[in-house]
Design a protein around this ligand. Structure first.
Ligand code: 48F
Length: 260
C-alpha cells in the first residue's frame, strides 16, 4: 500500500465516524419514542415499538446491552422465564429448555437476541449515553424528551451542559432506580413519590409490575423494574417474564396512544 494512502486513511476513518454519527444525531434529535435503558424491558419495548412503525431510539449508559441479564442468577449463566412470556421468547427466537414450571434460557443468548431483534425491527440503539433529565411543558403537564450526556462525562464529574432530544414519548426502562422518573419527580416536580422497590416476593412482583406498567405523567412511561421503584413493589430476582411482558405492554400502550 503506498505511503500516501496510509497517511490519508486516518483522516478518512475520522470523517467516516464523525459524519455518520452526526447524521444519526441530527436524525434522532426528534423521534416518536425514546427508550432509556437497554435492559430486558427496554429492548423488548424497542422491538415492538419499532415494529409498530414508530421512530424509536434506545439510549444506554453502558457500552453494552442487556442490563441485569448478563449476571444470570448469582453469576450462573441462566435466566428463568414464565410460560406466560413464551410467545415473546418465540418472537425473539430465543431458545430455552423446559424445567418444571419454567422456561430456562442462557443469559448470553437472551441478551444477544433481545438486542438483535430490537435493532432488526428498526430501533436505533446508542450506547455510552446517559439520560440526566427530561424536557417538559405545562398546561397540561407533559414530558417531551430528554437531556443527554456522554456517560464518560457523567463519570468524570466534569461540568458539561447536556444536549436535548425531543420525542412524543419517553420510556423509563432504567431498572431498579427508575432514574428518569426520579429526576422528573424531583425537578418538575411530579405528583409521584419514587419510593423504591420492596424485598423479594417473586410472584407478586411479576404480576404487579406488568399490571402497573404504563404512563406516569403524559409522555413519560415506566417499564420493567422502574415500575417496581415507582409503585413500591417487591423485587423478583432472576426471573424475566415480567420484564418481557412489561416491555411489550408499554409498547402497545404507546403505539395506541400515539396513533390517536
Ligand atoms: O437494570 P435493567 O436490566 O432493567 P430492567 O429492564 O430489568 C431488570 C432485570 O435486569 C433484573 C430484575 C428482574 O428480572 O430484577 O434486574 O428493568 O436495565 C436497565 C438499563 O438501563 C441503563 C442501565 O445501564 C441498564 O443497562 N440505565 C440506567 N440508568 C440510565 C441508563 C440512564 N440514566 N441513562 C441511560 N441508561
Amino acid at each position: 500500500m503506498p505511503l500516501k494512502f496510509r497517511l490519508i486513511m486516518e483522516a478518512e476513518i475520522t470523517k467516516a465516524i464523525v459524519e455518520t454519527a452526526s447524521e444519526d444525531w441530527v436524525e434522532y434529535a426528534e423521534s416518536d419514542v425514546i427508550v432509556v435503558g437497554a435492559g430486558p424491558s427496554g429492548l423488548t419495548a424497542a422491538k415492538y415499538l419499532a415494529e409498530s412503525g414508530l421512530k424509536t431510539l434506545v439510549l444506554e449508559r453502558r457500552l453494552s446491552f442487556g442490563g441485569g441479564i448478563g449476571g444470570g442468577g448469582m453469576l450462573f449463566h441462566k435466566v428463568v422465564i414464565e410460560r406466560e412470556a413464551k410467545d415473546i421468547l418465540d418472537d425473539f427466537e430465543i431458545r430455552y429448555v423446559e424445567h418444571r414450571n419454567f422456561l430456562v434460557a442462557d443469559s448470553a443468548e437472551f441478551m444477544a437476541k433481545l438486542a438483535t431483534k430490537a435493532v432488526d425491527a428498526g430501533a436505533k440503539v446508542i450506547l455510552g449515553v446517559s439520560v440526566e433529565d427530561v424536557i417538559f411543558r405545562e398546561d397540561p403537564l407533559r414530558v417531551r424528551g430528554v437531556c443527554i450526556q456522554w456517560s464518560a462525562v457523567e463519570i468524570s464529574g466534569l461540568h458539561v451542559d447536556p444536549l436535548f432530544l425531543r420525542s412524543r414519548a419517553v420510556v423509563d426502562a432504567t431498572g431498579h432506580d427508575a432514574e428518569v422518573i426520579s429526576v422528573a419527580a424531583r425537578k418538575i416536580p411530579l405528583d409521584v413519590a419514587v419510593t423504591g422497590e420492596r424485598s423479594a416476593y417473586s410472584e407478586v412482583a411479576e404480576k404487579e409490575i406488568v399490571e402497573k406498567t404504563g404512563e406516569v405523567v403524559e409522555g413519560l412511561y415506566a417499564a420493567g423494574m422502574a415500575v417496581a421503584a415507582v409503585h413500591n413493589l417487591p423485587r423478583m430476582g432472576p426471573i424475566f417474564g415480567g420484564m418481557l411482558l412489561s416491555g411489550k405492554k408499554v409498547a402497545e400502550i404507546i403505539a395506541e396512544s400515539l396513533k390517536a
